[in-house]
Ligand binder design. Sequence first.
Ligand code: ADP
Ligand code: MG
Length: 508
Amino acid sequence: DYKPGGYHPAFRGETYNEGRYMVVRKLGWGHFSTVWLAKDTATNAHVAMKIVRSDKVYTEAALDEIKLLRQVSAPVSSTESLYDSSKHILSLLDSFNHNGPNGKHVVMVFEVLGENLLALIKKYEHRGIPVMYVKQIAKQLLLGLDYMHRKCGVIHTDIKPENVLMDVGDVEAIVRMVEVLDKKKRDQKRSQRRATKTSMDLPAAPNSLSRGSASASLERSSSDRRMRRHTIITGSQPLPSPISSTNFFEMKAQMIGNSLPRPTACSSRSNANLSGGDDEQVANSLSSLELTTTADERPEDESQREHDIIQIKIADLGNACWYDEHYTNSIQTREYRSPEVLLGCQWGCSADIWSAACLIFELLTGDFLFEPDEGHSYSKDDDHIAQIIELLGEIPARLLSTGRHARTFFNSRGQLRNISKLKFWPLKDVLMEKYRFAAEDAETISDFLMPMLRLDPQERADAGGMVNHPWLRDTVGLEGVALSERKLYQSGADIPGWSQEVTGHPRH
Ligand code: ADP
Ligand code: MG
């Protein structure tokens, strides 16, 4: 992929936008781009630089992404609410073009954030994240989506754990720690090389920060999917320890550290916990650094606040579109794809709500809500629709009659063509029987998720109303936050573009 039309081979010390930004190291990558930590020499702060592949299709998509980002980054004056929900969307700081060996690349500059939510799910070994944190993430996600849909007229279309990033708090302190570790590693490598050179009299190895190490880090793609655990939790399995104040700070340091090049020996490990060998050294250095930096570098109240609240931001508007201009009907990542999209019906902002509910379930349990697979007599889509019916009941007649692909899956009597035996298993029972939630908790969670999983997108509850749900009332740090202008459980049908594209407007 590092070829003409592909990714740009960035390297440490390389400068961008007439010398303003200097590359420090890699932060992550996705299908469209590589993302780099860079120093902004104008402000002396660190930024995240997203360098898009240079092919025409990627460049055009990036120009749309910039327009959408400008829309969500523009301050919206509001008299309705005191709470600024726009802070839950990653904001664009700058954009420019950069010429490199593989062509001309669009570059977007953002504030630096930490790991995405998939890393958090993995950190809890796919057993579910503590409910206290799930509430914080869910409430902020809904506030962010409400802002995007109602204030900006933007639909994300790819809500999933990989595209929601955690805020690392004091970026500069973490960057300082990471730089110390980087230097230590470089020194180690250098002395190893020197030792090899003297003993074997061989020419020096190539610079470890050239393209070679960048492509090695591709093995730890942030978009890597995991294998689902097919087991049903039966007994009282030991739960991972909650995030304590000490390891939370370490975790934050890892948020940057994890997505960065490390020896390939650890690349196959799905769990982000550091232990053994070189990793152990890093972990040890992180804890000792923590001891030396805690007192001087982190103000008390700031660190206290950080320990209580996970902060998240919705990122990657690379597939986003407008309520009145859809770019494609092939939207959403498989597991988060809504029934209207599977069936080829009209869709709108409410498609994001479906994905958000799938994501919140996944945070609670560590498992996908729907994980379709193909069999010898049925397709992935067949299985997906069957799983949806098993959880939520029959597909409404309106979707069957308007869906362009409905006839592929259903016969004239409204029965699935390729799958006959369905096992109905309502959400509340799944939560109790498979995930061992107490009856009362299962009831509340099901009451919270079900309105966002309404099969008919016209009837699906909107993000703003769901912010007011009783389950989110005691969300740590957001106790008082409610949106009085939206009603709990009410559908978002009054929001323009809620369940279908608004037509007749000029192109953006
Ligand atoms: P793509 O459109 O190529 O999927 P994304 O915007 O999703 O690109 O970014 C790819 C990955 O880079 C993310 O999953 C995340 O791990 C990392 N990343 C993106 N933006 C930031 C940021 N502002 N701070 C830190 N890491 C980021
Ligand atoms: Mg992405």
